[in-house]
Design a protein around this ligand. Structure first.
Ligand code: 13P
Length: 257
């Protein structure tokens, strides 16, 4: 069975102080009993080191929101895989739609980042997803397929050390989530595609997350789907209570209450 993941993407929210305060509240609310769910918190880079340090030993992982594809050099503003690993972070989000659409990151950059992250021992959470226009033009499937094929070109994977997040752009931060059925349909297609790239056995073990207006009220419907193994949560991960409730609802939906 695939271990579900609830990953918090804080985007450009929370100072170091806010992040540490969140950690105190969240750890207390969660208690010891969350062994059946992997929890990952991805704060801004400035908070990654101290938050990662605070989370050590709690079973909660830290992750970065982006990474560069070189280890050292004249790349002003960029952060390398080794620098991220040094903070104790295990995961890195790559190719989030905000980076693709606001910062112009393309499939080639995503591919370089995924390869370098994997080679360094970070676990990429690679994001894919169509815009509203692409969906309305009936191109959702072909767009997601292209993002997977281009983003994973030349990637060799013998073990399932890669997570895919399906985040339809129209569902991000809008309060309009995809239906669990539609998200399942796309996740199934993603798993089939991964099977073609890495073999069915590896694809069966890979985690596929849904992202886009996830909250404590709708998470249960997503993780009940056979090919959805958790969520990448934006807005609803900013309050400790709300993230703890999402974890609890995931446990109940996956393991029964
Ligand atoms: O982009 C997202 C997570 O990466 C989703 O954001 P929201 O949960 O705020 O819609």
């Amino acid at each position: 069975m695939r271990l579900p993941i609830i990953a918090a993407n804080w985007k450009m929210h929370k100072t170091v102080k806010d992040s540490l305060q969140f950690a105190e509240e969240f750890i207390e609310m969660l208690g010891e009993d969350h062994k059946g769910i992997e929890i990952v918190i991805c704060p801004p880079f400035t908070a990654l080191y101290l938050l990662g340090k605070r989370l050590r030993g709690t079973g909660i992982e830290a992750g970065a929101q982006d990474v560069f594809w070189e280890e050292w050099g004249a790349y002003t503003g960029e952060v390398s895989p080794g620098m991220i690993l040094e903070t104790g972070a295990k995961y890195v989000i790559i190719g989030h739609s905000e980076r693709r659409h606001i910062l112009g990151e393309g499939d080639t950059a995503v591919n370089r980042k995924v390869k370098r992250a994997l080679a360094s021992g970070l676990v990429p959470i690679m994001c894919v997803g169509e815009t509203l226009a692409e969906r309305e033009e009936g191109r959702a499937v072909s767009v997601v397929r292209r993002q997977l094929e281009e983003g994973l070109k030349g990637v060799e994977l013998l073990r399932p050390h890669l997570v895919i997040a399906y985040e339809p752009v129209w569902a991000i931060g809008t309060g309009v989530n995809a239906s669990p059925q539609d998200a399942q349909e796309m996740s199934r297609l993603i798993r089939d595609e991964l099977g073609g790239l890495f073999g069915v056995e590896v694809a069966q073990e890979m985690r596929i997350l849904y992202g886009g207006s996830v909250n404590p009220g709708n998470i249960g419907g997503f993780v009940a789907q056979p090919d959805i193994d958790g969520a990448l949560v934006g807005g609803a991960s900013l309050e400790a209570r709300s993230l703890a409730d999402i974890v609890k609802q995931t446990e109940e939906s996956v393991y029964g209450s």
